[in-house]
Design a protein around this ligand. Structure first.
Ligand code: GTP
Ligand code: MG
Length: 273
């Protein structure tokens, strides 16, 4: 006798994930979370004391996920409180204030703190990071431009979004993409899927753009000694031009870096016999 197998209803497990926020004090971590969860903005600064914890259910694609959010205090004073919350994290919201260069420069220190707390067996590779360049509404004081922030994030395989907790710009998009990447990570057995690893540009290109951006003069920009010959200047120029030509290089900021290199070469050759 033939029997039909019982019809199984396609139910996908709802996921539970842990997300933490990181970044200097006052950059807007709590406001970003509040904007998304409570759809409101508080302009008065209420420093997070140690850590704030909340649970929220969100629907992303066809999945429901239960997110445990640990919103960390950025102030160094609270290090002892927040250090135990780094482990077992699937996603990190890394925030800086676009008007405050120190908060951008501090991102490396935040990564180092997390790495240290996770210890030698912790794996930072299998965590989804999203970088929020926050407070883009106050453009008057902007000191870190988009390409600089994007380059920092994307060269590490991190997501990057320009956000304003005040106006709400970029917030929903950021969270949807972030949660979506976390689902992909969980579906891939907790490992970052290979598709999300490729950044489309090399470390050499990213390093060159950063070096050009921080160079102190035209010699430095081309990476030659002051007093270099025409040949040396041209050789250095050609190498950088091939590396950074906008047709070949998709790294954020490559176009400006390329233009700067062209201008540096022109300026130097004018004065070399
Ligand atoms: P800690 O908890 O001390 O680590 O700070 P935090 O990063 O959580 O900062 P919080 O969210 O409390 O915001 C700090 C201040 O920045 C508050 O006065 C907010 O109103 C303000 N703020 C946050 N996001 C934005 C934004 O997108 N634009 C503007 N203009 N102000 C913002
Ligand atoms: Mg806070």
């Amino acid at each position: 006798m033939e029997t039909n197998p019982p019809k199984r209803k396609e139910t996908r497990k709802s996921l539970r994930v842990k997300v933490i926020s990181m970044g200097n004090a006052e950059v807007g971590k709590s406001c970003i979370i509040k904007r998304y969860c409570e759809k409101r903005f508080v302009s008065k600064y209420l420093a997070t004391i140690g850590i704030d914890y909340g649970v929220t259910k969100v629907q992303v694609r066809d999945r429901e996920i239960k997110v445990n959010i640990f919103d960390m205090a950025g102030h160094p004073f609270f290090y002892e409180v927040r250090n135990e919350f780094y482990k077992d994290t699937q996603g990190v919201i890394l925030v800086y204030d676009v008007g405050q260069k120190e908060s951008f420069d501090a991102l490396d220190t935040w990564l180092a703190e997390m790495k240290q707390e996770l210890g030698p067996h912790g794996n930072m590779e299998n965590i989804v990071f999203v970088v929020c360049a926050n407070k883009i509404d106050s453009t008057k004081h902007r000191s870190v431009d988009e390409s600089e922030g994007r380059l920092w994030a994307e060269s590490r395989g991190f997501l990057y979004f320009e956000t304003s907790a005040q106006t709400g710009e970029g917030i929903n998009e950021m969270f949807q993409t972030f949660y979506s990447a976390i689902i992909d990570l969980c579906d891939n057995g907790g490992k970052r899927p290979p598709s999300s690893m490729g950044v489309g540009f090399t470390k050499e290109q990213a390093d060159a753009i950063r070096r050009i951006r921080n160079s102190k003069d035209s010699w430095d920009m081309l990476g030659v000694k002051p007093g270099a010959t025409r040949d040396e200047v041209n050789k250095a120029y050609r190498k950088l031009a091939v590396l950074l030509h906008p047709d070949k290089c998709v790294a954020p900021g490559s176009e400006d870096a390329f233009k700067a290199v062209v201008n540096a070469r022109t300026a130097l050759l004018k004065n070399i016999k």
